[in-house]
Design a protein around this ligand. Sequence first.
Ligand SMILES: [Zn+2]
Ligand SMILES: [Zn+2]
Length: 344
Amino acid sequence: MKALVYYGPHDIRYQDVPTPRPKEGEVLVHVRAVSICGSDLAAYKAVSSMRSPGLIMGHEFSGEIVQLGEGVDNLKVGNRVGVITNIYCGKCPDCLEGRTNVCDHRYIIGTTMKAGSYNGAMSEFVVAPAEKIMLLPDYVSFDEAALVEPLSISLRATKHVAHEVPSRAVAVLGVGPIGLMAIMCMKNLGSAKIVAIDLLQNRLELARKCGATDTILSGQDVPALIRQMTDNVGIDVVFDAAGVPSTVNTAIEIVRNGGSILMVGMASPTLEIAYKHAVSKELKLQASYMYTTEMKEGLQMIADTKLNVAQMITSRHPLSEGPEVFEELASGNTKEVKVILFPE
Ligand SMILES: [Zn+2]
Ligand SMILES: [Zn+2]
């Protein structure tokens, strides 16, 4: 089969690789849509501990079952499916207490973890455990289903503050796909005011379509504008989808006393923050990582048309164009938001 193989920074090759075979309890999925994640792009731009050379990336995807491994009797060839990509151990203390998202023994499809690499969906076919399969309702498209995984990230984060958001003011720092989905989730929870803040005007326009009530271009005096918008009170919940020094410190500045900051983006592995300021405002810093049950919930929300994730797809390309698409995205000189690849 054809696949995009990761060799290292700025080196992804479209080539022939052996077609995988489903083992007992697994299925073979013909990939119909795979979306490029910021983490795939990060591995393309620089060495990443989560992508080893030789790996086929792709953890946001959907497709059709074409082959069943031994013992799989609850699924059929031809089923349209999404796949839960977190293959956790189910036995460790974290898993037993429901924190499957931080299981130290887990594999994630399309990445390299401590446990090892698991080939992903930037290929014609991908193998997945049958128990990770989600059947797609007929009216959910393959493209939408590919966006369930990133949606689940934003959904989990907003669930942490679900009681603080209704009728309140929230802000989202960085409105790439995760930030845009956060806006949709906050809107769905009933936020009264949703302020989107980003470096790019085209993303702010999209943020409005996704439900933002106000937008601020970074570089303006963000704290002053926020004070104006909130009668000097500040923002109740700030969602940081970037995780760089400037966004984290902006979050600490604009959040109200006693408010919450959702730490989701982690572009900077370490950073310096206005720590004393954060403590003296008695802020709640809430990290949110991956998902536990949220992929199924996100798929249901799309099926119920509670949110429209497809509007953030800016282009679709055959898998063979993958190397050029990655190079364009890495250049930073792009208006793309979410890009879908599909095997021809
Ligand atoms: Zn991702
Ligand atoms: Zn575990």
